[in-house]
Design a protein around this ligand. Structure first.
Ligand code: FE
Length: 393
């Protein structure tokens, strides 16, 4: 048995934020981040649409990037006081992720954080409220996924929460909210979306419901990401939809070791944080070459290349074309080809390598990767991504 779960309604198109008028409820709490939505006027707009729809509105502001357990608890407390029947979250991944966890603690005050970290172990939500999500970046697709990441700063551990209960009821995918994205974010989040779609397509949980979404997303990223990066707003709009389609695929088919590697290296080095999408973009071609040693995975990658019209007379040649296409995108988008080029210190990299490799193998995303990997092979693979050497194992 497999399950395929998505929001019941996905509104899309310029200005569709206005749909907040039609949610139909009594009280809405609006969860937002650090202020970019406020500065651009979208917070005020959202509040007035909700009020026009006859709702009483409370705003919970200031969810930080990589939201903490404490923020989640504060939000849940605000919800218990206000008793909303709609939770509306708006912003980059963080406020939406935080609001998903707040929702669980609002409905089940007695639950413990440890109870929620068991995958697909959530209690039944929607006893008190439904959930609407409005993304202001084009990458994580948390508006349509069953995932949320919360950080426990006291232990330094990131908890990936996963349960179809936290798949939102309504997603409002309004391209006007991403018109002002900085170009670096356009590049990184766009490559994150491409990685979501490719990993979902080759995942061990791929299937007939997720494949078309993944392929469509890949095609759209290849068609629109460079133009979106160069400021074309029609392309920016299409990228906003492409990342959402990729999210619909990976929420149900899960991901692979590109994400395992990115999760465990994002904050690992003293030379600075590697943005999630940038890390994925660097690792993706190396992981494809590693996974393609598995013949089933190779056929799936070749199928992607074929559908995208890339050249190649054999499966091997098609897989090569796909990797070259990704590398070409990285260079057009100003993304480095290796960790060395990114600026990670060689000595520190080699010192931390074995530990990071072990952690990456243990990441939640490794289980659905199409080819098995152990810590020794993972360390070798990381070395290839550092030095830009060939993946020949
Ligand atoms: Fe991602």
């Amino acid at each position: 048995m497999a399950r395929f779960t998505l929001p019941r309604d996905i509104y899309h198109g310029k200005g569709c934020l206005e749909e907040l008028k039609n949610l139909g409820g009594k009280k809405a709490i609006l969860v937002v981040g650090g202020g970019s939505m406020k500065r651009q006027g979208f917070l005020d707009k959202a509040v007035s649409y909700l009020k026009e729809g006859g709702m009483e509105v409370e705003v919970f502001e200031g969810v930080e990037p990589d939201p903490s357990v404490e923020t989640v608890m504060r939000g849940a407390q605000a919800m218990r006081r206000f008793e909303p029947d709609w939770i509306v979250s708006m912003g980059g991944g963080s406020p939406i992720d935080a609001a998903k966890a707040m929702w669980a603690f609002y409905e089940y005050p007695e639950i413990k954080f440890e109870d929620l970290i068991t995958p697909f172990g959530f209690p039944e939500l929607r006893q008190k409220a439904r959930f609407a999500a409005i993304p202001s970046t084009s990458g994580t697709a948390t508006e349509v996924t069953a995932f949320s990441v919360i950080t426990d700063y006291s232990t330094g551990v990131k908890y990936p929460l996963a349960d179809f209960n936290i798949t939102p009821d309504v997603a409002i995918v309004d391209p006007e909210l991403v018109a002002g994205l900085p170009v670096k974010q356009v590049a990184y989040t766009g490559m994150d979306a491409l990685t979501h779609a490719i990993e979902a397509y080759v995942s061990t949980l791929n299937g007939p419901f997720t494949d078309p979404l993944a392929l469509q997303a890949i095609e759209m990223v290849l068609d629109y990401l460079p133009a979106s990066y160069n400021g074309n707003m029609d392309a920016r709009e299409q990228m906003h939809y492409a990342q959402c389609l990729a999210g619909m695929a990976f929420s149900n088919a899960l991901l692979g070791i590109v994400h395992s590697m990115a999760h465990k290296t994002g904050a690992a080095f003293s030379t600075g944080h590697i943005p999630h999408g940038c890390a994925n973009a660097i690792y993706l071609p190396y992981v494809i070459r590693y996974n393609a040693k598995d013949s089933t995975a190779a056929s799936r990658y070749a199928e992607i290349a074929r559908r995208m019209g890339l050249a190649g007379a054999s499966e091997t040649a098609l897989v090569n074309s796909l990797c070259e296409k990704i590398s070409e995108f990285n260079s057009r988008l100003g993304i480095p080809a290796t960790l060395a080029e990114f600026g990670i210190d060689e000595k520190e990299f080699n010192e931390k390598l074995d530990k990071i490799a072990e952690l990456a193998v243990g990441d939640a995303c490794t289980g659905s990767n199409p080819r098995a990997i152990d810590p020794a092979a993972m360390a070798k693979l990381f070395k290839c991504t550092y030095y830009g050497t060939e993946v020949d194992f």
